[in-house]
Design a protein around this ligand. Structure first.
Ligand code: ADP
Ligand code: MG
Length: 760
């Protein structure tokens, strides 16, 4: 898929403001044009007549004003990620004045799932796409680097930050050009990722390292350029070809583009600004050179930024620029500069091309196999089939079709034997047999799935009917709930049984070493499926469980493997999660007690109802007997012969009503208890590795020994409910873990060492 062809795609995103420069900045209804009317200093602007505003019109691919993060992503980044799966490189770059929203666009808010930016959204899209493309196996690796004062820094350095004692020079990254591979950053760690959550973890880690760095030198994050890269490699599972495609997705958050004079900076800030200005002005020159077809030399090597981005600006890459601007009049100068840069960028031509490669090892294997076949062919030709001419060429489509028909006839019984003609023909016959067996197996699986689905459906229906049949009594409710719980437990057990353990290889590799074939390959898709099964099972907050069972992720233990999730979970429950665990137990006990009270009350109500029925039928009998004797009325109440029975009936009715009210109250308690147990369980599971976050959840004490009020739910401090989408859960978990690491580092006094900028 070609996301953008022809020219670099350019969008402008205007930061929302209550003081929009009405009359000075005009966004036309076509959604693509911005007009700027600006009165500039006439001394500086030779072509404008003093006092008269100049006007500029910029036509771009899109003007994004008051547009949500989701829509911006869909319009700008989504097509590029899609293209990366087809082998196209893609680059998104955010350019603009400090504070105009570059980082907001690229990374977004790390605290809000809804306001996440391009990077987390791209990771989500990548892993969703991998799950969709089952015919391919994928390898995904990511890197994150920062360019600060012309020094390249690895934000995901594999050296533990706590033991980061190597001299800066030894850890330096170098931009290099390798034949056939283009620009590579030697020394930059490349991290294989197998799931969205893994990748988000690394993203938050990098973000934290960036922020930690900012503390060390008291700079804000806009003082550096950041390049996040995703390397995707895809191979077909169905075709045994030596061909495979690769792509690189670069998401670039540039430093603030404001001019030196305007910032009035000095000292360290001045030095930073000088570096930033230098790199951005060379970026501009590079863009100009790229846009000018007559220019032979493009000054990529003048700065680390342009050199590192050499393969990511135009050329065979789908490149998109987001020009971030303020909407206020006071920033109009900078807005204009940004728009001019955007216009230049728009003139850069791109010719996206698929990065297709041949795996040399696979190719050699294929040729060796071919050679063996030919030799066998020759020997058959020489011995068995002396007089016949044997074809040595691979079989044509028509010949293969003929063999397929022959095999079909043989299987149907209409053909009694298939005569051997050549090795290739024998191989093709076997291949056809294999295909026939596979088809049959698929059919069997589908049939059994259909029948089991029918059975499941039947079981569910009968559960419902059973529950309905007993309708109204709490006995039935409790019974129904246990029945459906055990049904779910069975399903859960089945899921667990089919689950295989995910073995991650978290060792990072560096770009500098090894050929593509030597890279660890990962069957990402299948691993991901396992992962999603696991998380689904662990985190399903809707799933109630049998009364005496704990919420536990179940995973088969592996010999000589790191502790399983269930072991970790057990540790968690006796360690940091002990508080919630014990609250859960106590709440469950209360729930059990309330449920048994419901059963007891139900029995009592049924007994009272039985007595009422009995007394009423006796009264009716008496009445009928008297009617037979012709007696219908009594002069006074005292003479009423069934006075005792009527009194008893009245008492029974009162008792019935009281019991009903009590049952109603206890049922409300049961509901509330179930709600609390459910909340505890969700917290326990989702907070398993999320200690810090969990500490901030204040759970109510169990309700033992106190009368519940109907509005208790409102009185509880509400713990933040986990987001419902799995992706939101990944985001949430990854953020929690990073938060925890940050605190550990803060406690250990860690400060990230920064490399000394080279003397210039
Ligand atoms: P930059 O990276 O360009 O220096 P930031 O992305 O850090 O600027 O944005 C500065 C502030 O403005 C942040 O607090 C960010 O949340 C906010 N902001 C920027 N753009 C938007 C937007 N489109 N919507 C809401 N808030 C925004
Ligand atoms: Mg920024």
């Amino acid at each position: 898929m070609k996301a953008h062809s022809g020219n670099v795609g350019v969008f402008v995103r205007i930061r929302p403001t209550a003081h929009f420069a009405q009359g000075l900045v005009e966004c036309l209804p076509d959604g693509q044009t911005v007009n700027i009317y600006h009165r500039r200093d006439s001394k500086k602007t030779q072509d404008s007549i003093k006092g008269r505003p100049s006007s500029w019109s910029f036509r771009l691919e899109g003007v994004l004003q008051d547009v949500s993060q989701e829509e911006v992503y869909d319009r700008v980044c989504h097509p590029l990620v899609q293209g990366a799966f087809d082998g196209y490189n893609g680059t998104v770059m955010c350019f603009g004045q400090t504070g105009a929203g570059k980082t907001y666009t690229m990374t977004g808010s790390t605290k809000s799932y809804k306001q996440r930016g391009f990077i987390p959204r791209a990771l989500q899209q990548v892993f969703q796409e991998i799950e969709r493309r089952t015919d391919f196996s994928f390898s995904v690796q990511l890197s994150f680097m920062e360019i600060y004062n012309e020094t390249l820094l690895d934000l995901l350095s594999p050296v533990s930050p706590l033991q980061d004692s190597a001299p800066p020079s030894a850890r330096g990254l170098v931009v290099m050009e390798e034949p056939g591979r283009g620009v590579v950053i030697k020394g930059l760690s490349l991290h294989p990722v197998f799931s969205e959550e893994d990748a988000l973890d690394l993203m938050f880690e990098a973000d934290m390292n960036r922020v930690t760095g900012s503390h060390a030198l008291n700079r804000n994050s806009s003082r550096s350029h950041c390049i996040f890269s995703l390397h995707i490699e895809s191979r077909s599972r169905t075709l045994s070809e030596a061909k495979y495609v690769t792509s690189k997705l670069s998401l670039v958050d540039l430093a603030g583009s404001e001019r030196l004079g305007k910032t009035g900076s000095e000292g360290q800030m001045l030095k930073e600004s000088t570096y930033i200005n230098k790199s951005l002005s060379f970026l501009e020159q590079t863009i100009l050179a790229l846009a000018d077809r007559r220019r032979e030399h493009v000054p990529f090597r003048h700065t680390k930024l342009t050199h590192a981005l050499k393969n990511s600006l135009g050329g065979n890459c789908n490149t998109v620029l987001v020009a971030n601007v303020y909407g206020e009049a006071e920033h109009l100068d900078e807005t204009l500069c940004t728009m001019h840069f955007a216009r230049r960028m728009k003139n850069v031509k791109i010719q996206p091309a698929v990065n297709e490669h041949m795996d040399p090892a696979l190719q050699v294997k294929k040729l060796q196999k071919e050679l063996v076949t030919l030799k066998e062919e020759m020997s058959i030709h020489n011995t068995l089939l002396k007089n016949q001419s044997v074809e040595h060429e691979p079989l044509s489509e028509a010949q293969l079709a003929e063999i397929s028909t022959e095999v079909q006839s043989y299987l149907d019984g209409t053909l009694m034997e298939i005569s051997v003609k050549s090795i290739r023909q024998v191989e093709a016959v076997f291949a056809q047999f294999k295909l026939a067996v596979q088809k049959q197996e698929q059919k069997d699986v589908m049939c059994s799935t259909c029948s089991s689905m029918k059975k499941d459906h039947g079981a569910v229906t009968s559960d419902v009917k059973e529950s309905d049949g007993r309708g109204g009594t709490e006995e039935a409710e409790a019974g129904g709930s246990v029945a459906s719980d055990s049904h779910k437990q069975t399903r859960r057990a089945n899921t667990t049984a089919t689950k295989t353990k995910k073995s991650k290889d978290k060792h990072s590799t560096t770009q500098g070493d090894g050929s593509p074939s030597s890279k660890k390959r990962c069957e990402t898709s299948s691993r991901k499926q396992n992962t999603s099964q696991t998380s689904e099972k662990e985190l399903d907050p809707q799933e109630p469980e049998a009364q005496n069972q704990e919420a536990q992720p179940v995973e088969p233990a592996q010999p000589e493997s790191p502790p399983t999730k269930s072991e970790c979970f057990e540790d968690f429950k006796v360690g940091p999660g002990s508080k919630i665990s014990s609250i859960l137990k106590e709440n469950k006990a209360v729930l059990l007690e309330r449920r048994s009270l419901v059963r007891q009350l139900t029995e009592e109500i049924n007994a009272v109802k039985g007595e009422i029925d009995h007394v009423m039928s006796t009264l009716l009998q008496h009445k009928q007997m008297r009617a037979a004797r012709g007696v219908y009325e009594y002069p006074s109440e005292d003479e009423e012969p069934d006075a005792d029975l009527l009194l008893q009936l009245s008492k029974l009715k009162t008792l019935y009503r009281l019991r009903h009210v009590a049952l109603h109250d206890v049922k409300a308690e049961v509901n509330y208890c179930e709600h609390l147990v459910h909340q505890c369980r969700v917290r326990l599971v989702s907070g398993q590795f999320c200690l810090l976050h969990m500490n901030s959840f204040e759970f109510t004490a169990p309700m033992k020994g106190r009368k519940l009020q109907s509005d208790d739910t409102e009185q509880q401090p509400q713990a933040e409910l986990p987001p419902d989408a799995p992706s939101a859960q990944f985001f949430h978990n990854a953020r929690c873990r990073t938060q925890k690491r940050r605190d550990v580092r803060a406690h250990s006094g860690y400060k990230r060492l920064l490399q000394t900028p080279p003397a210039t």
